[in-house]
Each structure stands twice: as C-alpha cells, then as structure tokens.
Design a protein around this ligand. Structure first.
Ligand SMILES: *Cc1c(COP(=O)(O)O)cnc(C)c1O
Length: 360
C-alpha cells in the first residue's frame, strides 16, 4: 500500500487478501498442521497464511518486515537470539519486568554481561554502550513511564556496533516508528494495544533488514514459538480499530492525569502525555495501593494493559519489579470507557483507599 496513506487508514486497509472478484474482504483462519507437499510453507510450524496477513499489516505500520510469535516474550527471546555466545547487553533500569528477568537469567546461566542504566539519561545510557552487542530500548518505560531519545540512542548503538531493539508496546506505531529512528528491530507484545481486547497473547518483531528477517524466521521455525492461527486472526481483527481505540484511550488518559495531579490521595503522577498509561504514587507504603485495587468497581485490578477496559495494578506485587519502583506505585492502563465514569470510580476508590494509608 502507498506510503502516502495515514496510519489511521493503514490499520484498516493493510494485510487484506488480494482484490479478486468474489474473494472475501478479510482473511480466513487457516487451521492446519501441514500442507500438501510440493510448495512452501510445507508444514504448520514453518508458516501459516493467517500469520502472514497479520505480519503484512504490522510490517506496513512499522515500516519493515514483521514476524509474529507466540507471545511478546517469545519475540523478546527471538530478538536476543541474535547475539554472540557471551553477549554484553545494555538495558533500561526500568523496563518490562519479563525482559529484565530473562536478561538476569542469561547473565546467570550464559555469562552475559547485563548493564542496566537510566534510559531517560541519554549520556549515561550511551556511556554504558562501550563493547555492547545489544542495546535494548523501551520508551515509555514500564512502569515508570520514562521517555528515551530514540534517535540519539539508536545512532550511538550503531556507532558502537551494537544491535538496537526497541520494545514499542507502550507507544504503538501510531505514536512512534523506531525503525525510522534508526532501530534495527522493533518488538511488540501484540497482546496489549495492537490486539486491544485482552483476549489473546501474541508477540511480534519487525525489522528493516532481510538478513535479520531470515535469522529470526529460522529461530522461530527451530524454537517453535509460533502463534496459533486463531490468535493471529483475532489480533488482526483487533488491530483494525487500533486508531480509534488509541485516540479515545489517550484522550481519557489526558483528562484523568490532569485531575489526578491535584487529587489529595495522590502524591505523584507520572504521565509523559505519550499514550494512555499513567503511574500514580499514593504516598506511604503499599497498604493504600492494595486498598485501591480492592476498591475499584469499573477499573479492573489486573496485570495487563492496552485493552479496551481500564486496568490498574500495584506493580511491586511482582517480586521481579526492581526496588527502585516505589512500593506504592499503581500503574493505570486507561481504556475507552466514558471518562467521567472512570474518574468517578477512581476518585471514590482513592478516597476510600486513603483511609487505609498510614498517618504521616
Ligand atoms: C506485556 C509486555 C511484554 C511481554 O509480552 P507478552 O505478550 O505478555 O509475552 C513485553 N514488553 C512490554 C512493554 C509489555 O507490556
């Protein structure tokens, strides 16, 4: 599809079957373990037309070639498979905790050197790149919502001879296209905004380089972290409305962040005005944050994000979240509900939870 079209049009139009009279306008779900011999893909682990349609759409949105995986973590593992045996990796001090946990495991089991640095501090991050094989990027970060200067960091990674990988889950290609900023790989937890309905787990990587695409495809084929065809179909179905979901969720988040900033039960609001994620600190220890999780009625106390339904979670409930994430930090994934209903529910729950906070 022509690159003149805006992302709002592309999310709807990309990855359609060929326009042949009488053909369906959307893809079929291909449930098969194998194919009649003689032509690719030959076997169900090697390829599936339903993946291809999703990958065509994702590739077009990010400006590269996409490969889908069983989950975001499978996509992360694939990206990290591009490293030499004893890799040196620079990763954000705060990033998705699964990424951090996997890197820690590789450090322990494979002797990787993992350097964690504050990604919002460009010169500190660049300083950590000496001798690095991989520079991991995430912006905004999960759950602290720090913002990275992607262009500067990708340029520096290239100058250091390192591969740069950007987890674009929180931003989506509607907010930033890391390949255009110089990243070698973009990685997505499609589970979140792209699919958008909290009904599946799926991941993807997008690359600009054909040789990298080949290596990642070989990894997927051999390690077998393939998506199910139904998940791929649902993800593409969800992607079709990304633009309207994203706009509405971002509008809601802007209103809520503004009001939270003066709420008596909230001591700090982290909101970069890039997307629909907000992190709030309630002051004191974890009791008020836990009370908030119990007190909400419309908001769901759940550990995911990017769905149509608003969710919140005290992040330090996960032992893999580093201690630099405040114990009273609650991450809000703002959905597409009526913003006044979201505010009423959150405001009432915050006032109730405040009663549980220790007196200071
Ligand atoms: C959820 C998430 C992942 C992991 O994706 P899964 O689909 O859960 O495997 C990676 N990065 C970020 C930023 C995420 O939010």
């Amino acid at each position: 599809m022509s690159h003149e079209f805006s992302p709002a049009t592309r999310v709807v139009a990309a990855g359609r079957p060929p326009r042949v009279p009488g053909a369906p306008v959307g893809p079929a779900v291909t449930f098969t373990s194998t194919y009649v011999a003689g032509e690719a893909p030959a076997y169900g682990r090697f390829g599936n037309p339903t993946w291809t349609e999703l990958e065509d759409a994702l590739g077009e949105l990010e400006g590269g070639r996409a490969l889908s995986f069983a989950s975001g973590m499978a996509a992360i593992a694939a990206a990290l498979s591009l490293t030499p045996e004893r890799a040196t990796v620079v990763a954000p001090q705060h990033c998705y905790n699964g990424t951090g946990a996997l890197l820690s495991q590789y450090a322990e089991q494979r002797g990787w050197q993992v350097r964690r640095a504050p990604i919002e501090d460009t010169s500190a991050y660049v300083q950590a790149m000496a001798g690095a094989d991989v520079v991991w990027l995430e912006s905004p970060t999960n759950p602290m919502l720090e913002i990275a200067d992607l262009r500067a960091l990708c340029d520096a990674a290239r100058a250091h001879g390192a591969i740069s990988v950007c987890d674009n889950t929180f931003a989506t290609p509607l907010d930033q296209r890391p390949l255009e900023s110089g990243a070698d790989l973009v990685m997505h937890s499609v589970t979140k905004y792209l699919a958008g309905h909290s009904d599946l787990v799926l991941g993807a990587v997008v690359v600009g380089d054909d040789a990298l695409h080949e290596r990642l495809l070989a990894h997927r084929t051999l390690h077998g972290g393939i998506p199910g065809p139904m998940e791929a179909w649902l993800a593409l179905r969800g992607l079709r409305t990304l633009h309207v979901r994203w706009d509405r969720a971002c509008d809601n988040a802007r209103v809520l962040a503004q009001r939270l900033a003066t709420h008596p039960a909230v001591s700090r609001v982290r909101y970069p005005d890039r997307g629909a994620m907000i992190a709030i600190e309630l002051g004191g220890d974890q009791a008020a944050a836990e009370a908030l999780e119990r007190a909400v009625e419309v908001w769901l106390p759940s550990t995911s994000l990017g769905g149509v339904e608003s969710m919140l979670e005290r992040r330090r409930r996960h032992p893999t979240e580093p201690p630099t994430v405040p114990a009273d930090l609650v991450r809000l994934s703002v959905g597409i509900e009526d913003v006044e209903d979201l505010w009423r529910d959150l405001d009432a729950a915050l006032r109730r939870s405040r009663a549980c906070a220790p007196a200071t």
